[in-house]
Ligand binder design. Structure first.
Ligand code: NAD
Ligand code: UDP
Ligand code: UDP
Length: 322
C-alpha cells in the first residue's frame, strides 16, 4: 500500500466493538493510525465505540470472521471471540467456529497481504493447571469434551494454526495469552466475576460466590493489557510468543468480593452457589517473558482498577434506570 506517512498504518481489529478491542482501538487511534473495526456485534456493542462515530480515521464493518474477508490493511489484531463463559457457552459451536474458522480467514488475509497478525489467545489454554504459576512452556490440562472446551480448544487450535502458518508460509505472527482482564466497558450482564460482583454490590443484591470462593484468579486492568498487546505487535519478527499478558497479583474470589464490598460500601451479603463444571482452581501468570521481551509489567493495582471500573458501572447503571 502507498502511504502518506511511513509510521501511519491501517490496522484491522477484529472484535473491536468488544471490551478489550474498543480500548485497543482508542490506543491505536491516539497513536495516529487508521483503524478498521470488524465485528458482528454478538457480544460487543456499538455503544463501546460510539465516541468514535465521527472519527475520520475510524471505520466499523459489521462482519462475521467465520466468513472470508477481503480488505487491505498493514496489520491485524485478531480479537473476535466471545470471552465470558456465559456467552461462549451460549452457542458453543459458533464459539469454536469463530476461533478456528476466524483464525483461518484472518491468517489467509495476512498471508495474502504479507502483514503481521496478532492473536488474542488466553490463559484458558492452560485449563485447570497443575503447574502454578503458569509459564508459557506449560502445555496445559484441558478437558476436550466439557462445557468450556469450545472456548479452550478453539483457542488452542487457533494457536496451532498461527504457528503452522508461521512455519509453513513464513507469516509474521504474535500470540498473546491473555489472563483475566477487567475495566470499564465490560458488559454489565456478561456474567464475568468482576462485573457480576460490582453490579451486585451497587444494586445491593447478594454477591454470588461460586463454590467456596477459594479458587484464584489474577486480574489485569485493561489499560495495562492494551499496552502489552501494542508492545508485542511492535517486537521484531523473531518474537512470536506465545507470551503471557496478565497481572501476577493472585486473589481468591472471596478476597475479590470483600474488596468490591469495601470499595462500594455495599451492604450486600455473600451467597454460595454451585461451582461450574471444569472451573479452574487456580490461575496466575508467570510474566518473566513479557518482562524481558517487552519490558512490560502491569502498573495498575487491583484496587485502583476496581475503583475506575466501579465508577464506570455506576454511570452505566444510572443510565439503565431511566
Ligand atoms: P468481548 O466479548 O467483549 O469482545 C469480543 C468481541 O468479538 C465482541 O465485540 C463480539 O461481538 C466480537 N465477535 C464475537 N464473535 C465474532 C465473530 N464471529 N465475528 C466478528 N466478531 C465477533 O470480549 P473481550 O473480553 O473484549 O475479549 C476480547 C478477546 O480477548 C477475545 O478473543 C478473548 O478470547 C480474549 N481474552 C479476553 C480475556 C478477558 O479477560 N477479557 C481473557 C483472555 C482472552
Ligand atoms: N481469506 C480471506 N481473505 C483473504 C485471503 C484469504 O478471508 O484476503 C480466507 C479464504 O477464505 C481462505 C482462508 O482465508 O479460505 C485461508 O487462506 P489460505 O490462502 O491459507 O488458504 P486457501 O485459500 O488456499 O484455502
Ligand atoms: N465466579 C463467581 N461468581 C460469579 C461469577 C464467577 O464466584 O458471579 C467465579 C467463577 O466460578 C470463576 C471465577 O469467578 O472461578 C472467574 O470467573 P469468570 O467467569 O470471570 O472468568 P474465568 O472463569 O473464565 O476465569
Amino acid at each position: 500500500m502507498t502511504r502518506l506517512y511511513d509510521s501511519r498504518k491501517r490496522i484491522l481489529v477484529t472484535g473491536g466493538a468488544g471490551f478489550v478491542g474498543s480500548h485497543l482501538i482508542d490506543r491505536l487511534l491516539e497513536q495516529g493510525h487508521d483503524v478498521l473495526c470488524v465485528d458482528n456485534l454478538f457480544t460487543g456493542s456499538k455503544r463501546n465505540i460510539e465516541h468514535l462515530h465521527n472519527h475520520s480515521r475510524f471505520e466499523l464493518m459489521r462482519h462475521d470472521v467465520t466468513f472470508p474477508l477481503y480488505v487491505e490493511v498493514d496489520e491485524i489484531y485478531n480479537l473476535a471471540c466471545p470471552a465470558s463463559p456465559v456467552h461462549y457457552q451460549h452457542d458453543p459451536v459458533a464459539t469454536t467456529k469463530t476461533s478456528v474458522h476466524g483464525a483461518i480467514n484472518m491468517l489467509g488475509l495476512a498471508k495474502r497481504l504479507k502483514c503481521k497478525i496478532l492473536q488474542a489467545s488466553t490463559s484458558e489454554v492452560y485449563g485447570d493447571p497443575s503447574v502454578h504459576p503458569q509459564p508459557e512452556e506449560y502445555w496445559g490440562n484441558v478437558n476436550p469434551i466439557g462445557p468450556r472446551s469450545c472456548y479452550d480448544e478453539g483457542k488452542r487450535c487457533a494457536e496451532t494454526l498461527f504457528f503452522d502458518y508461521h512455519r509453513q508460509h513464513g507469516l509474521e505472527i504474535k500470540v498473546a495469552r491473555i489472563f483475566n482482564t477487567f475495566g470499564p466497558r465490560m458488559h454489565h450482564a456478561d456474567g464475568r466475576v468482576v462485573s457480576n460482583f460490582i453490579v451486585q454490590a451497587l444494586e445491593g443484591d447478594p454477591i454470588t460466590i461460586y463454590g467456596d470462593g477459594s479458587q484464584t484468579r489474577a486480574f489485569c486492568y485493561v489499560d495495562d493489557l492494551v499496552e502489552g498487546l501494542v508492545r508485542l505487535m511492535e517486537t521484531d519478527s523473531g518474537v512470536t510468543g506465545p507470551i503471557n499478558l496478565g497481572n501476577p497479583g493472585e486473589f481468591t474470589m472471596l478476597q475479590l468480593a470483600q474488596e468490591v464490598i469495601s470499595l462500594t460500601g455495599s451492604k450486600s451479603e455473600l451467597i454460595y452457589t454451585a461451582l461450574p463444571e471444569d472451573d479452574p482452581r487456580q490461575r496466575q501468570p508467570d510474566i518473566a517473558k513479557a518482562r524481558s521481551l517487552l519490558a512490560w509489567e502491569p502498573t495498575v493495582s487491583l484496587r485502583d482498577g476496581l475503583r475506575r471500573t466501579i465508577e464506570h458501572f455506576q454511570s452505566r447503571l444510572s443510565e439503565l434506570q431511566f
